[in-house]
Design a protein around this ligand. Sequence first.
Ligand SMILES: Cc1cc2nc3c(=O)[nH]c(=O)nc-3n(C[C@H](O)[C@H](O)[C@H](O)COP(=O)(O)O)c2cc1C
Length: 195
Amino acid sequence: MDLYKQALKAIRDMVEEARQMALPDPMVMSLATVDAAGQPSVRTVYLQAVVDSGLVFFTSCHSRKAIQLAANPRAAVCLYSQPLARQIQVEGTAWLLGDEEAAIYWAMRGRDNQLAAWASGQIESLESREQFEQRLAEYRQRFDFQREVPKPHHWCGYCLAPERIELWKKSWRYPQQRVCYQKTADGWSVTHVNP
Ligand SMILES: Cc1cc2nc3c(=O)[nH]c(=O)nc-3n(C[C@H](O)[C@H](O)[C@H](O)COP(=O)(O)O)c2cc1C
């Protein structure tokens, strides 16, 4: 198996292991982006899928992170599982998914999540929590007679194409193990890093 596939498999394996152990939020990760002035920001998002081209997540195109990614697509994510004593860091470039691909993921969302995506712009201030509830109720009514809720244009997907993947694992033999996969001009390399 080539090194890149090996690293992706390690990500899938960690998520799968967490799922099998019924750990809470096995697909949750921190996503870091940088604004035009170089100021980093970080927030939690769901890892929607690990595909051959990278890590897929979804958000509002109006959000702060989306605005930052439009200006600078360099991004990083970090997944941590305390019960598994593992961390995965991925750095690379986040590309917008095409509408057709995004529509496939949209169809997998539950109706309540789809309605929440309509109501959630993620950037504007709300006068109150009730204002959001009201927006949600309006969309619920608007699509009440439609079997399928259409995807709003502002709901967009990204694929973080990895250029560096670092796996951190605590083991009983040694305090930690760090293995770093790095994209190079000739393909991928792997090194063990001093913990
Ligand atoms: C467990 C958890 C999962 C989340 N998943 C997502 C997600 O998949 N996409 C998303 O846009 N926001 C998600 N959020 C909300 C974000 O953390 C964040 O508040 C929102 O996206 C706005 O971020 P921004 O202003 O930095 O763009 C999640 C929050 C939590 C706590």
